[in-house]
Design a protein around this ligand. Structure first.
Ligand code: FAD
Length: 337
């Protein structure tokens, strides 16, 4: 089949590579490949840390996609950070959050022990005054920019700025937080601000935690980069970095890891996460002839990319979509009125 993929973020690119590997004739169209949310993402592959009450279906998808990541990253030649994740809290309320997450994970069959501050610092000596921690041994991380670069390299000249004149048999819309009409109402932008620092603070695990109720995470990379994120705000305007967002992130992160104070602040960035009404992605047919969606991955687009690519390619080849992700679970008519 001749397939056009609109959007060269991690989701569109992963879908395109999967379709190419299945023998289809693929063109990816994007004027600014890799410049959307995928450029900002921390790259946590974190089904346990991201588990939420009422989202057990999404959790199951996240676990399934996390299971694909080792061979996927190896195939792309991109390293995985697999030293695990430490969930941490500072005050009594934060400790409750850690305990709540451990209880939630127990309902998913994952037993997680809650440690005190001393035990946490024995694992990560760079930690400040945390009072509670839990090891999420299976939550990993990857550098999304490296993944995007590897996917772009795999696609080579198939990535173009303008739609080809010859029409496709199928079109995959993977334009992130901005879908074209008539699908625009299915996705909204949720701004996330994120920082990149550089310095040796001695952190080995990914940290996720709460600092007096403020959620924050730190993702260390092998090359000395430290990603600190992320704010979350529903808004209508362009995704800009705010002074307050940067201050809150730095205050929370330096309280968790005081040595971060000496790190170089290299980059502050904001992008929109593509949110859907039920926080589940849209992967499958729209019901319009030959038009498919691979969008709305909200906080999990990196984690879910390998699974999305498989499911989307299956759908393009005529398989029934996963009902949890089927775009037709929402009314597709609103924008037509
Ligand atoms: C601060 C932050 C931190 C995050 N951290 C994580 C994390 O740790 N783990 C995780 O799994 N997820 C994370 N996410 C979420 C993740 O980034 C997104 O879910 C994912 O990047 C979505 O990928 P995408 O390809 O759908 O969209 P995008 O990466 O936004 O790509 C969309 C692409 O479409 C292009 N485009 C737009 N309009 C058109 C058009 N009309 N025609 C052609 N092309 C078009 C754009 O140029 C862009 O390249 C984070 C997001 C943010 C903002």
């Amino acid at each position: 089949m001749r397939v056009h993929v609109l959007g060269a973020g991690i989701v569109g690119l992963a879908c395109a590579v999967e379709l190419v590997e299945r023998g289809h004739d693929v063109t990816v169209v994007d004027r600014a490949p890799g410049s959307g949310a995928s450029h900002a993402a921390a790259g946590m592959l974190s089904p346990a840390g991201e588990a939420w009450h009422g989202e057990s279906a999404l959790h199951a998808l996240a676990v399934a996609s996390a299971g694909l990541w080792s061979p996927y990253a190896a195939g792309l030649g991109v390293p995985l950070h697999d030293s695990g994740t430490l969930l941490v809290g500072i005050d009594a309320g934060d400790r409750q959050e850690v305990e709540r997450q451990a209880e939630l994970l127990a309902t998913h069959g994952e037993q997680v022990e809650v440690l005190d501050g001393r035990a946490a610092r024995a694992l990560e000596p760079s930690l400040g005054r945390v009072t509670a921690a839990a090891v999420l041994a299976h939550d990993r991380a990857v550098d999304p920019r490296a993944v995007v670069a590897a996917l772009l390299a795999a696609l080579g000249p198939r990535v173009v700025a303008q739609r080809p004149i010859v029409g496709p048999d199928a079109t995959v819309i993977a334009t992130g937080a901005r879908l074209p009409a008539p699908y625009a109402h299915l996705v909204r932008g949720v701004r996330g601000e994120i920082l990149r620092l550089r310095g040796d603070v001695g952190l080995t695990r990914v940290l996720r935690g709460w600092v007096r109720g403020e959620p924050v995470y730190l993702v260390p990379r092998a090359d000395g980069e430290l990603v600190v994120g992320a704010t979350s705000e529903e808004h209508d305007g362009p995704p800009v970095v705010t002074a307050g967002g940067v201050r809150r992130l730095l205050d929370a992160a330096t309280e968790l890891v005081p040595g971060l104070d000496r790190a170089e602040l290299c980059e502050a960035l904001a992008r929109d996460r593509p949110g859907t009404p039920d926080n589940r992605p849209l992967v499958g047919p729209t019901g319009d002839d030959g038009i498919f969606l691979a969008a709305g991955h909200f906080r999990h687009g990196v984690l879910l990319a390998p699974l999305t690519a498989r499911l989307l390619a299956d759908a393009v080849e005529g398989a029934a979509p996963d009902p949890l992700l089927d775009p037709r679970r929402f009314s597709l008519l609103e924008d037509r009125c």
